[in-house]
Design a protein around this ligand. Structure first.
Ligand code: NG1
Ligand code: ZN
Length: 532
């Protein structure tokens, strides 16, 4: 009763935006920052409940809107192993966020009973935020909710999203055989730097890397990482202005580069210079360069996945453990068909296609010993099963070559942020692989040729009628549309197209690819018209 009163009193300091329905979606809650107070309050309450339900394990709360414009913000919960919030709890989050403030304490009580939470359990939460101006207000709201419900919390101030995931996992594994590392920002840098040094043993980096940080939290954090890297890798940091709040994600960053298919206008890179872009909270990464003819060349998430899968496959073979490790790749329907082909025919690895959203990919990746997953937009990582860790750590090498391959694999399991896609960790992974292979981005691009593709956003009256199946590659409703799409795509050489309702925007997305640019554009236009 004391807690209920405290919740009510704290909640009533805020005003709930009228007529707005909130939903915990693929990226948590995300919207204009001034609408978020009551949502963040609800998330603070739920984080405490989640921790209590899990016997006091640490839960994370990240305040960020990733690649969205500066005036937006968002909030999401992180589960104990650094994973995204369990799906069932998303509905509880939605319920609490939509509760009228006068009765939010009652809804809290209902949830306690329904989920069967032992209220006397300890609750512990860590939280952090990106560099958005609204962040400090929002973490204030978060703290108020947790103070009202007597939750123990630690404010990690500014962090990238993956750094917070890392800290959560470290906190919950500290002192166990699964210890993930030191639960601090410095611990994160040290772990990356040490493992990078190990992976780089005996190889040399070529040239320099220019990293566009989207003017977000990744900028200052990358600078911190560079301080401890000591590896010969020359990183030039650009677009790292976190002082001017409007510059965030503006004309730069991974989302800009991927969707516009061009370098940030501020880029001064010369032909063949290796460039990379992070997004606003540094969980996405894409590479690119200008070729000899000054043509922009993108190396997106599909490319990072194929590069990583091929490298890990080679190491496993060289270490003599290939038969003991089931290596696989997870993609979504947005993966370029040429990458899928390359994985199947050249790398000869199994592929799982899942629904859009990294939590689906992550889940599927766990079905392999080594699961490489990336969305085309550059968000992804590699997971290693318990079996994989055992094989990698306990195999006795039979030759110096096997020893070196095993050591590289061991270092990779530390370099890779297995909890969640992490642009800084992925960047070091790519740099290490390119150095090992002695490749410039040109050779990397040369592994296969992307099919020209087109992504179109279509505004519709009601996107909820678009019901997809088969990992969102087909539509079961509206009736007849799927047949139409299939008949259209069959007219184009290597034509492939699908439409699905976006999970983050009020629109339907149409994707099309085909053998030539004009065919891909044409197919996309026709399918978009069929959707309208
Ligand atoms: P939606 O809006 O459901 O297409 C987008 C991205 C996803 C994922 C989520 C979460 C595309 C085509 N879709 O999802 O890959 O990143 O946002 O941020 O890029
Ligand atoms: Zn992001």
């Amino acid at each position: 009763p004391a807690v209920k009163k405290a919740i009510s009193e704290a909640a009533l300091q805020y005003t709930k935006p009228e007529g707005k329905v909130f939903e915990y979606g693929t990226a948590g809650f995300r919207m204009k920052a001034d609408l978020l107070n009551t949502v963040v309050f609800a998330v603070g309450l739920l984080a405490g409940l989640r921790s209590k339900k899990l016997s006091g394990q640490w839960i994370g709360v990240m305040v960020t809107a990733s690649h969205n414009p500066a005036e937006d913000n968002g909030v999401k919960l992180v589960d104990p192993m650094g994973e995204m919030l369990e799906a069932e709890w998303e509905t509880y989050a939605t319920r609490l966020a939509n509760a009228p403030l006068e009765s939010i304490a009652d809804v809290y009580d209902e949830l306690v009973k329904e989920i069967d939470v032992k209220v006397t359990n300890q609750a512990r939460v860590v939280f952090a935020r990106d560099t958005r101006a609204s962040g400090s207000r929002l973490v204030g709201v978060l703290s108020a909710a947790m103070t009202a419900t007597e939750v123990e919390f630690i404010d990690f101030k500014y962090m990238t999203t993956p750094q917070l995931h890392y800290v959560v996992r470290c906190k919950n594994t500290l002192g166990t055989q699964y210890s993930y590392g030191e639960p601090s920002e410095q611990g994160y840098y040290d772990k990356l730097a040490q493992s990078f040094k190990k992976v780089m043993r005996g190889v040399k980096v070529q040239g320099s890397l220019t990293v566009d940080c989207a003017n977000g939290v990744g900028g200052p954090k990358l600078r911190e990482l560079i301080k401890v890297l000591d590896s010969g890798l020359d990183i030039k940091v650009i677009n790292d202005d976190v002082i001017n709040p409007d510059s965030l994600n503006f004309d730069c960053g991974a989302d800009y580069v991927k969707t516009k298919q061009r370098a940030p206008p501020s880029s001064k890179a010369a032909p063949l210079d290796r460039c990379a872009s992070l997004d606003g909270d540094a969980d996405r990464l894409v590479y690119y360069f200008l070729d000899e003819s000054n043509v922009f060349r993108l190396l997106d998430g599909d490319r990072i996945a194929t590069l990583a899968a091929s490298f890990i496959g080679d190491l496993a073979r060289n270490a003599g453990i290939a038969s003991k490790l089931k290596i696989g790749v997870v993609q979504t329907a947005y993966a370029n068909g040429a990458s899928t082909d390359y994985i199947e025919k050249v790398l000869k690895l199994p592929i799982i296609c899942t629904n859009t959203g990294v939590k689906h990919l992550h889940h599927a990746a766990l079905r392999f010993d080594v699961g490489v997953y990336f969305e085309a937009n550059g968000h992804g990582t590699v997971t290693f099963s318990e079996n994989a860790m055992k094989v990698i750590n306990n195999t006795e090498p039979q030759s110096p070559a096997q020893k070196s391959a095993l050591e590289s694999l061991q270092a990779l399991t530390d370099l890779i942020n297995q909890a969640v896609g992490d642009a800084l960790s992925d960047m070091l992974l790519v740099e290490a692989i390119l150095s090992h292979k002695g490749w410039s981005p040109k050779e990397w691009l040369g592994t296969y040729t992307d099919l020209p593709s087109r992504l179109v956003r279509v505004e519709v009256n009601d996107r909820s009628i678009f019901k997809a199946y088969d990992a969102e590659r087909k539509l079961e409703s509206p009736a007849g549309l799927q047949t139409k799409i299939e008949s259209l795509q069959s007219r184009y050489n290597k034509g492939r197209s699908f439409a699905r309702a976006s999970g983050t925007e009020d629109a339907v997305r149409v994707y099309a690819e085909a053998a030539s640019r004009s065919e891909a554009d044409d197919l996309a236009t026709r399918v978009a018209n069929a959707v309208r």
